[in-house]
Design a protein around this ligand. Structure first.
Ligand code: FES
Length: 164
């Protein structure tokens, strides 16, 4: 057994330096425990969904008289534009199908995504950019008490109108 001679001094400045072999041994042990802890936390998180679905995909947006034929109205909170003309009411999502940025609507009725530049015409059809498809039009219905309901999970064609 070959112990190193002690300097006889005490305090953190005078502690014997850690041997390289000891340092790598301790690093390996702590890395192992860190890996086990990370794997355990990951395994515990697996059963939980990353995204919780909305409780109800249907929500009211107002009464038909709130949307007279004319300029479209934006419902920012719901990320929708409501278009109303003499044929009825239509609702288009402002969420870009590419990576879910919110598109902006220009005065000429076209839509542009600020994130990667996808462009959509006034019917929501993609005209350029990386978006894999056009904007999504949502189904509109009405409750017995006369409130317009949008179903965010039901898609309709861009020329569908809910007649009021
Ligand atoms: S998120 Fe709209 S183009 Fe990428």
């Amino acid at each position: 057994m070959t112990d190193k001679p002690s300097s006889g001094l005490t305090g953190p400045r005078f502690e014997e330096p850690v041997e390289r072999r000891d340092f790598f041994g301790l690093a390996a042990v702590w890395s192992f425990f860190g890996m086990i802890l990370t794997a355990t936390l990951g395994a515990l998180k697996l059963p939980m969904p990353a995204v919780f679905p909305e409780a109800d995909s249907r929500f009211p947006i107002g009464k038909p008289e709130d949307f007279p034929a004319g300029p479209p109205k934006e419902i920012k909170r719901r990320r929708l534009w409501v278009l109303s003309d003499d044929k009825g009411i239509a609702v288009v999502s402002t969420v870009c199908p590419h990576l879910r940025c919110v598109v902006t609507r220009h005065a000429d009725g076209t839509f542009v995504c600020p994130c990667h530049g996808s462009r959509f015409d006034a019917t929501g059809k993609k005209t350029s950019g990386p978006s894999p498809r056009g904007l999504i039009w949502k189904e509109v219905s009405i409750t017995p008490d006369g409130r317009l309901i949008v179903d965010s999970e039901r898609e309709v064609s861009s020329n569908a109108r809910f007649a009021v």
